[in-house]
Ligand binder design. Structure first.
Ligand SMILES: [Ca+2]
Ligand SMILES: [Ca+2]
Length: 306
């Protein structure tokens, strides 16, 4: 019996050492990963994801991305901060299935001068003003914004607080104000929309002169007047619920293996990207204890996951 225990201890240590030696080879695995350095992106960043945000294992969050808090990122969504940077998503927003957040380059290495230069007008600041000095965001999504199924927001782009972007709508090189509703299948390119307006389904707006005739003030009794509040509530509840059921399958391959524990440990060491699910024992912080929980589970022992 004692001999068997010794072998178990030896085996568990062997697994840990092997996994650590494998180290960074696994660091880019999974759905949350750093970007790569290029001649249009000088820094390599891992996403900053709040402990209250849930990222589904089949969603991708890459590079210079901030997900501020209680955000639901659904299967198939891609938030990719590897070209236009950074990407910011505010508290209680939701990024539904198939949504794409990406942006045009915000800086480049000048072939003429050999220096890095920011590209004019490729960012918006948090107040919704275009900037070109690196102080803004390629994509800025405000608080309590809903990005419904298959919506695309491609930088430079800004979406104000409490706005609803419905299914399959595209926002590109544009600003959408706060408390707006963009109904399904709209195309909004190269313009700025004011606050408190809706855009009927299927509308295309590609010049500022069209804005006044193709947007309408949200009135009392408008069909989608309160839709966003309901959708935000649904998604906050989903994020909270899914986070409570995180079972430690960090890389989303359907089983708990040493790779999952390694991802937790690399997160603790700040050597790899983190997911809120790395807090395996739900005590509010990510420590080696969380990685040990997963090893226990993998080895079939009693576990803090049970
Ligand atoms: Ca796994
Ligand atoms: Ca923990």
């Amino acid at each position: 019996m004692i001999q068997q225990k010794k072998w178990q201890v030896f085996f568990s240590h062997l697994v840990i050492i092997t996994a650590l030696l494998a180290g960074t080879a696994f660091a880019g695995m999974g759905h949350i990963a750093p970007n790569v350095a290029t001649d249009f992106s000088r820094t390599v960043s891992s996403p900053h994801i709040a402990a209250t945000t849930f990222v589904h294992p089949l969603a991708s969050v890459i590079g210079n991305v901030t997900l501020e808090g209680q955000i639901m990122v659904s299967p198939g969504a891609s938030v990719r901060g590897d070209e236009g940077q950074p990407i910011f998503v505010g508290e209680a927003a939701n990024i539904q299935d198939g949504v794409v957040l990406h942006g045009l380059e915000t800086e480049e290495l000048s072939k003429e001068h050999g220096d890095w230069e920011f590209k004019a007008g490729r960012q918006f600041n948090a107040q919704g003003e275009r900037v070109g000095d690196g102080s803004g965001y390629s994509v800025y999504i405000g608080e309590r914004v809903s990005l419904a199924h298959q919506a695309q927001v491609h930088g430079p782009a800004y979406v104000g607080h409490d706005t609803f972007i419905a299914m399959q709508s595209l926002i590109f090189n544009a600003k959408v104000g706060s408390h707006c509703v963009i109904e399904p299948g709209c195309t909004i390119v190269g313009v700025e929309l004011p606050d408190h307006v809706y855009v009927p389904a299927g509308t295309t707006i590609t010049s500022q002169s069209e804005v006044a005739e193709k947007t309408y003030p949200i009135y009392e009794g408008y069909t989608y007047e309160h839709t966003n509040e309901a959708v935000v509530h649904v998604n906050e509840s989903l994020a909270e619920g899914y986070l409570e059921t995180c079972d430690g399958d960090l890389n989303g391959d359907g089983e708990i293996t040493p790779q999952d524990a390694l991802l937790v440990f690399l997160c603790y060491l700040e050597r790899g990207a983190c997911s809120a699910c790395a807090d395996v024992n739900h005590d509010g912080e990510i420590t080696p204890q969380d990685a040990l929980c997963l090893f226990s589970k993998f080895l079939g022992r009693s576990s803090c996951l049970d």
